[in-house]
Design a protein around this ligand. Structure first.
Ligand SMILES: Cc1ncc(COP(=O)(O)O)c(C=O)c1O
Length: 485
């Protein structure tokens, strides 16, 4: 006979009784009892819950019953489950959090989200890979090998070009997987795409005006405007940026050819060629932001545009989507004539990208760990995407979803005039995400479109289902006269 309560005092250092009563079976009763204990403050933020096996033994329940109850509370945001530190009560959980408006992180992109602090229950904000999947063990193995093998001079002041080991490994990797035409001497290591923009424009290597896609990251537009660079938005349609709108006035154009950010189309071959032709004929440059080029699901990855003309294209990538934005490592593959200018902008010594991390990434690439990690994550994200698309087709067939052939996010197209209320409904339901309009350039030469940008890669695996179900509940119903959006 199962017990109806347990005293967890020895395990969590608190005098806690769990009453397993009420309707819905043992799992529902345990979930309710734990939720109530967290909500009332009897289980304090940060306190560790007992392992499944011991709580199951104490309560006379099956281990899976406890595991399911924990997973549900993690998905709701009451508990957190981190590899190596077990299941804990989430920090800053407020009583009755799911019923109140969630308290959100300040927006990385600006937008109309209220800048509050705290955690949403379901984080579906685009921009970050599943942080729980960081390959801790293989990264540590690379770090150990790299630091052991590093020559003494590696521990001196860093070279602004970046470690040769990393530039060699990148040249091989980018040529093999992305079709980038380069040699290590044309690669400059940086701390990511944002740093590349700061160096190129803040460092006065390039000047404006700069043509940009009519949809993009407001954070990047902000960096450019701080550097005094005027941006001119191009129309974005289902095939990405309308490069035929480029004129002789712009000095460069910034594109996301593999996967237009955030709407999702790959730039078709004729537009790629037209962009390079424009650069050749106007003495301009193309900046290629290859932020998630490795994650293409249904066909072979589309090669980098840089391969068309390495003297006219600056190729920029980083590990922010493939590994983690916390690593802060990226790279620029430059036309020869720009290398010295970028190095001058960087200064005499490396002040941005730690040498030990660079050596670790070099080993991670050379040992095949990076390929293995990307392959594993590609399968995982593809499975999530498929589940999401299937659920949408079943429960909200009137909502058209785009940008799903690649990347870590999808765009849900909404009926005109419903974006603001849907984003508000999401906020009230504890879902963090962005409306499509927060990515639109203020001077974009096309009318605003309503949509949601959903980062399905962001939650850990066990929380995805609940997060996606939560979205289905807040989508607007089909408008009376709505056909396909
Ligand atoms: C459009 C776009 N470009 C580039 C990046 C990568 O930025 P960084 O390398 O500075 O982390 C991101 C990351 O979220 C992005 O959304």
């Amino acid at each position: 006979m199962a017990k109806s309560w347990v005293n967890l005092a020895e395990r969590i250092g608190a005098d806690l009784h769990l009453e397993l009563t009420g309707k819905g079976g043992r799992r529902a009763a345990l979930t309710r009892a734990l939720r109530e204990a967290v909500r009332s403050g009897r289980l304090a933020p940060g306190s560790r819950l007992p392992p499944y096996r011991s709580l199951a033994a104490d309560l006379g329940l099956a281990r899976n019953t406890v595991a399911d109850a924990y997973a549900e509370l993690v998905a709701e945001g009451w508990l957190t489950a981190l590899q190596g530190s077990g299941t804990r009560v989430a920090d800053r959980v407020e009583p009755s959090l799911p019923r109140r408006s969630p308290r959100l992180e300040p927006s990385p992109v600006g937008g109309r989200r209220p800048a509050k602090t705290g955690r949403p229950v379901h984080n579906l904000r685009q921009g970050q890979p599943d942080a729980s999947s960081f390959p801790r063990a293989s990264w540590l193995a690379s770090a150990r090998r790299a630091v052991t093998a590093a020559p003494n001079e590696a521990f001196g002041p860093g070279d602004p070009r970046g470690r040769p080991e990393l530039r060699h490994a990148l040249a091989e990797y980018l040529a093999r997987t992305r079709g980038v035409r380069t040699a290590p001497g044309r690669i400059v290591v940086c701390s990511g795409f944002a740093h590349a923009l700061r160096l190129l424009f803040g460092g006065r290597v390039l000047r404006g005006p700069l043509a940009v896609e009519g949809y993009g990251l407001a954070f990047h537009r902000g960096l450019l405007s701080q550097a005094g660079i005027r941006t001119r938005p191009l129309t974005v349609d289902g095939d990405g940026a309308r490069v035929d709108e480029l004129t002789g006035r712009e000095r460069a154009v910034l594109l996301t050819p593999a996967h237009q950010f955030p709407t999702g189309g790959p730039l078709p071959a004729r537009r790629r060629t037209a962009a390079v032709d424009w650069a050749r004929s106007s003495d301009g440059l193309v900046l290629e932001d290859d932020y998630d080029g490795e994650f293409r699901y249904d066909r072979r990855p589309i090669g980098a545009l840089q391969g068309l003309d390495p003297d006219r294209v600056i190729y920029i990538g980083s590990v922010s989507k493939s590994l983690s934005p916390a690593v802060r490592l990226g790279w620029m593959v430059l036309p020869d004539h720009l290398v010295d200018g970028v190095l001058a902008a960087k200064g005499e010594r490396e002040a941005w990208a730690g040498v030990l991390d660079q050596l670790t990434l070099a080993d991670f690439l050379a040992s095949g760990s990076y390929d293995r990690h990307v392959r594993r994550m590609r399968q995982r994200y593809r499975a999530r995407r498929d589940r999401f698309v299937t659920a949408l087709a079943e429960h909200a067939p009137h909502v058209h979803v785009t940008g799903i052939a690649a990347g870590l996010h999808a765009v849900l197209r909404l009926p005109a005039g419903t974006e603001a209320t849907t984003v508000d409904a999401a906020t009230r339901a504890g879902i963090a995400l962005d409306g499509l309009s927060s990515f639109r350039h203020p001077d974009a030469p096309f009318p605003p479109e309503d949509g949601l940008v959903v980062g399905y890669a962001t939650p850990p695996d066990h929380a995805v289902e609940a997060a996606l179900n939560a979205i289905l509940r807040i989508l607007p119903p089909r408008a009376p006269d709505q056909h396909r959006l």
